[in-house]
Ligand binder design. Structure first.
Ligand code: A3P
Length: 289
C-alpha cells in the first residue's frame, strides 16, 4: 500500500511524521524554536547515512563508544514535538532531512549552533531509496526507473536531491557565521577513523586516537546493524514496514549493480545543476567494496 504523504511548502513528507500538530503548524513552531549554544543539528538528504553519523556524533559528544538506547527518530525535528525536544538534556544532537529554510531561525542568528551536513552520491541514494520504498510498500515489482523519475521530479518523498543540495550550498554562502561541517558518506567509508577525528575537532570535543578508533568500529555497518535490533523506535514508527531493513548494504557504488547506463547518464545530466556547489560527489571507491 502506498505511503500516506503530507505536503508542506512544496515538500512531501510521510504522514506518519505528524505528532500533536498538523505538519505546517509543526514547521512553523520549529522555526520559532529556541536553540541552545551547544546544540548540534545533523542534516542530510534521506538515505545519505544519517543514522550512521548521528550515532558517531552522539558517541563523540558523550565521550564514550556506547550506543544510544533510542533511535535517531526520537530526535528527528520533523517527526518530534518541539516540547519533547525542549525537554532533552544538553548537548542535543538533533537530526533532520528538512531543508534549511525550515530550520529554527535562531540557527542563523549567531547562537553558535553547529551544523553537520552529511551527503552521499545520488546514485547510491537512489538505489537505497528504491529498496526502502519496496520494503515499505511490499511492492517488490516497483521499478527503479519509476523511482528515478520520481527522484528527479519535485514529487519525491523528502524533497528533491538537487534542490536540497542547492539550498545547503546557498545556506552556507549566505550564513558564513554558522559553523557547518560537510562530510560525505564516501569519505567516511574510505577513512572512518580519520573522519571521526575531524568531526571531533569540529565539535570541539576531546577524543583520543583510541576513542576515535573505538567509535569508528562500533559504528561500522555490521556493528550498527546488530546494535539497532535492540533499540527502541518511537511508537509511531514501530509499525512502519521497512524500518527493520534500514541497514541494507552500507557500501559505495552499489548503484552499478542496479542502474543501466542510460539511467546513470540521466542522473549525470541532472547533477550538472550542482556543478556550482561546493560538494565533492564521489560515485565509486573500488578499493572499499
Ligand atoms: P543502503 O540502503 O545503501 O545500504 P539514512 O540513515 O540517511 O536513512 O541512510 C541509510 C543508508 O545508510 C542505508 O544505505 C544504510 O545501509 C546506510 N548505513 C547506515 N548505517 C551505516 C553504517 N554504519 N555504515 C555504512 N552505511 C550505513
Amino acid at each position: 500500500m502506498a505511503e500516506e504523504l503530507v505536503e508542506v511548502e512544496g515538500l512531501l513528507l510521510p504522514k506518519v511524521f505528524e505528532r500533536s500538530r498538523p505538519m505546517q503548524q509543526h514547521i512553523d513552531v520549529i522555526r520559532s524554536m529556541p536553540m541552545r549554544s551547544d546544540d548540534v543539528i545533523l542534516c542530510a538528504y534521506p538515505k545519505s547515512g544519517t543514522h550512521w553519523i548521528w550515532e558517531v556524533g552522539n558517541m563523540l559528544l558523550r565521550g564514550k563508544a556506547e550506543y544510544e538506547k533510542r533511535t535517531k527518530e526520537h530526535v528527528m525535528m520533523e517527526a518530534t514535538d518541539v516540547e519533547e525536544m525542549e525537554g532533552l538534556p544538553s548537548p542535543r544532537l538533533l537530526n533532520t532531512h528538512l531543508p534549511p529554510r525550515m530550520w529554527p531561525v535562531e540557527v542563523m542568528s549567531g547562537h553558535k549552533v553547529k551544523v553537520i551536513h552529511v551527503y552521499r552520491n545520488p546514485k547510491d541514494v537512489l538505489v537505497s531509496l528504491w529498496f526502502n520504498l519496496k520494503n515499505e510498500s511490499g511492492g517488490q515489482d516497483l521499478k527503479l526507473q519509476d523511482v528515478l523519475e520520481m527522484f528527479l521530479s519535485d514529487q519525491c518523498v523528502g524533497g528533491n536531491y538537487v534542490q536540497f543540495m542547492t539550498e545547503m550550498d546557498a545556506f552556507m554562502k549566505e550564513n558564513p557565521q554558522v559553523p557547518v561541517f560537510n562530510m560525505s558518506f564516501e569519505e567516511t567509508k574510505a577513512d572512518s577513523v580519520g573522519t571521526v577525528r575531524r568531526l571531533a575537532g569540529f565539535l570541539n570535543v576531546e577524543a583520543s586516537d583510541q576513542l576515535c578508533t573505538d567509535i569508528a568500529l562500533a559504528c561500522s555497518f555490521q556493528n550498527m546493524k546488530t546494535a539497532d535490533k535492540s533499540k527502541q523506535l518511537p511508537q509511531s514508527f514501530s509499525n512502519l514496514p521497512g524500518m527493520d531493513q534500514m541497514y541494507r548494504k552500507g557500501v559505495v557504488g552499489d548503484w552499478k549493480n542496479h542502474m543501466t547506463v542510460a539511467q546513470s547518464q540521466l542522473m549525470d545530466t541532472a547533477m550538472k545543476q550542482l556543478e556550482h556547489c561546493q560538494f565533492h560527489i564521489t560515485y565509486t571507491l573500488d578499493i572499499l567494496n
